[in-house]
Structure formats: C-alpha cells, structure tokens
Design a protein around this ligand. Structure first.
Ligand SMILES: Cc1cc2nc3c(=O)[nH]c(=O)nc-3n(C[C@H](O)[C@H](O)[C@H](O)COP(=O)(O)OP(=O)(O)OC[C@H]3O[C@@H](n4cnc5c(N)ncnc54)[C@H](O)[C@@H]3O)c2cc1C
Length: 337
C-alpha cells in the first residue's frame, strides 16, 4: 500500500510525497508500471486515532480526500460494508506499488551507476577505524569510507546498541479468491479488482486494523486480494524457522473479508508469513549509528516502510556524503529514545 494521508504522524507526509514522485520517476526510467493509483479507503471510528490522523494529515498538507456517507460508499464501492458508527474517508491519490519489481528496477539502475551488488553474502562484522570502516562477510573483507546498514529484522545483530529498540514480529498474510457468488467475479473489473476496488484500511475493534490490496491484471502469483492485519504479531528470532500460517489465522482473515468486504469475500487460496521490525513508538529510525562516525542506519519500519524506500535511500546518501540532509526527517532520529 502507498498513501499520502498518514495517521501515524503528519510529519511523514513530505517524505511520502517525495517518495511518490520517485516511484513515478522510476516508472519513467524503466518504462515499467509499478504504481497503481486505485485510491485508499479508510473505514473507522470518527473519534479514533486512525480517522483523526488521516483527517489531520490531509488538512495540514492540503491532501485531496473525500468523506463518504453510507449511501455514497454503497454506490461507489459496493464491495464494502460500512461498520456501525464508522466514518469513511477516501484518498484518491493512494494505491499500491509492486515491491519485487521496484527492487529489481532499483538494483538494475544502481548497477548502471556503478554499484556492484553482492547477493547471498552474509555480513558478519563491521569495525570502524580512524580513517575507514571494515566489513567482514562470510566470503570477503571490504574497506570503505562509510557503511549504510539497512538489515531489517537483523539490524540489531550488527548494531547491538539498537537491540532494545527493535523487535522482530511474525506477520501472517493471505490471498483471497472472491467467491463466484460475490457481486462480481474475480479479474478485470471484478469486485476485488483495482479497476473498481481501492486499497483499504479498516478498523476492526480488538482484532486490529484489517487491510488489503485488490487484484490487478498485471499481478504476479499468488493471485487474489492480498489481506492481513496491521497488528504486530508474536516476537520472533528472524533466523528461526517461522511457523506456517495457521488454520485459525486463515479463518480470521477470511471472516474479516466476509464481514468487512463482503462483495469480494472468498477463500484464502494462498498464505505466507513475513516480518515486521517494531520500534517502541512504531516510527522509523534513520540516523548515524549510536557511537559510530562512519556507520549509518535505517531500520525499525514497523510494518509501514516500503512506501518510503526511495526517499530513505536519498536521506542516507545525503547523510553519508554531506553529514546532513534537507529532507525533514529529524523526527526519526535514534536520539529520541
Ligand atoms: C505483511 C506485511 C505487509 C506490509 N505491507 C506494507 C505496505 O502495504 N506498505 C508499506 O509501505 N510497507 C509495508 N510493509 C513493511 C515493509 O515491508 C517494510 O517496512 C520494508 O520492507 C522494510 O525494508 P528493509 O529494507 O528495512 O528490510 P528488508 O526488506 O527485510 O531488507 C533487509 C535485508 O537485509 C538482509 N540482511 C540482514 N542481515 C544481513 C547480513 N548480516 N548480511 C547481509 N544481508 C543481511 C536481509 O536478507 C534482507 O534482504 C509490510 C510488511 C509486512 C511484513
């Protein structure tokens, strides 16, 4: 999901707007379709943190949103049910990106600019000296003027000082094939397709927010609507084998679809787990590493970082080359803890 309205904090808006420009730039540079602006629909408690945060970020940054009443919601997005007492806000500028394709494109472009990508090589140590920093991997030894660490859930293995701020969690997700009976079959123009169905983020009481991404004609497998809950799961060692998605977890996501997106409900035909890296305040950490001069880090994306990837790259490049950045990311410094 990509969105400019940002309930987590409206301080993110200038960063995500820059990132959206960079995704469009990436499309131009590669000729690939990476960004689909099908809109983002929020449903939730009008007085709650999510809906208030969406509204505040839109007001503060003059973002285009539409507040929909129940009748309008039914007419425009008939696949959704309006939870009792809920408010509906639609952000037409939001949508989704294809992360795998974006990553492949960035790697290709980086190599075009002279980068060499070393895949499948594990960094084992990073030692700073007076004039350089040495990186030892399981295959090589590198010496450099500076190092950037973006090791996700493994960051605290390389920077133990951040260990108490980072928690890896197991996140189940699934892909739903709409039932034939759903008011509109799957596929182009169907109930769950990006032609008519937006990305959604729906508050669902104690179960936690339920969100999803519609199907699209250029979707790689697994097919179906991608769904999950935006709630940190159980803490996990990122190197430990991850338990498969349980029958209970699958049922929970299928049930949420039936209650909240009945027009595209169906069975979970595929499922997977992945990792969040949570910080205590669920905001990112982008900074020079604690007690280091030549090591920089970006981590702790708490389940909402991909949409910022290009602008975080820009911030890190600025920090390494200039020691500072013009981009407004001071609120993400590690020193806040
Ligand atoms: C279910 C789910 C849904 C999500 N949905 C969204 C969404 O809709 N929108 C959004 O913006 N974000 C979303 N996110 C969050 C997003 O996926 C993450 O914030 C983002 O991918 C984090 O990127 P990263 O580069 O920090 O970590 P990663 O993508 O995990 O990259 C870290 C890399 O470092 C490598 N590495 C680690 N240690 C070493 C080492 N010692 N040596 C060499 N390599 C190493 C790892 O192999 C890995 O490839 C979602 C996350 C999950 C789990």
């Amino acid at each position: 999901m990509v969105r400019e309205t940002y309930f987590e904090s409206s301080d993110y808006v200038p960063l995500v707007r820059r990132a959206m420009d960079q995704f469009r730039e990436l499309e131009e540079l590669t000729g690939e379709r990476l960004l689909r602006r099908c809109g983002v629909l929020y449903l939730g408690d009008p007085g709650g943190a999510v809906m208030r945060g969406v509204g505040e970020s839109a007001d503060r940054h003059a973002l285009a949103i539409e507040r929909l009443d129940e009748g309008t919601l039914r007419r425009r997005f008939p696949m959704f049910a309006m939870p009792e007492g809920a408010q509906a806000i639609f952000e037409p500028g939001g949508g989704f990106v294809r992360p795998e394709r974006c990553i492949r494109a960035w790697l290709r472009l980086a190599e075009g600019h002279g980068a060499s990508i070393r895949e499948g090589e594990r960094v084992e140590s990073i030692e700073e000296g007076a004039k350089s920093v040495v990186v030892e991997t399981d295959a090589e030894r590198y010496e450099a003027g500076a190092v950037i660490i973006t090791a996700g859930a493994w960051t605290s293995q390389l920077l133990p000082r951040l260990g108490r701020l980072l928690r890896a969690t197991r996140q189940p997700l699934a892909w739903i094939e709409p039932d034939a009976g759903a008011n509109g079959a799957a596929g182009a123009g169907g109930a769950g397709d990006a032609v008519s169905c937006p990305v959604w983020f729906i508050e669902d009481g104690d179960r936690g927010p339920f969100y999803g991404v519609p199907t699209a004609d250029d979707q790689d497998p697994p097919h179906g609507l991608k769904v999950a809950r935006h709630v940190p799961g159980e803490s996990i060692d990122p190197d430990a084998p991850r338990a498969e998605v349980t029958e209970h977890e699958r049922r929970d996501l299928e049930d949420a679809m039936r209650r909240l997106v009945p027009g595209a409900a169906g069975r979970a035909t595929a499922a997977a787990t992945c990792l969040y890296t949570m910080t205590p305040d669920e905001h990112f950490i982008i900074d020079r590493a604690p007690e280091r001069r030549r090591t920089f880090v970006a981590c702790g994306f708490s389940g909402h970082g991909f949409k910022f990837a290009p602008v975080i790259g820009e911030i890190l490049a600025d920090l390494v080359q200039k020691g500072s950045t013009e981009l407004p990311c001071g609120f993400l410094r590690a020193s806040r803890f």
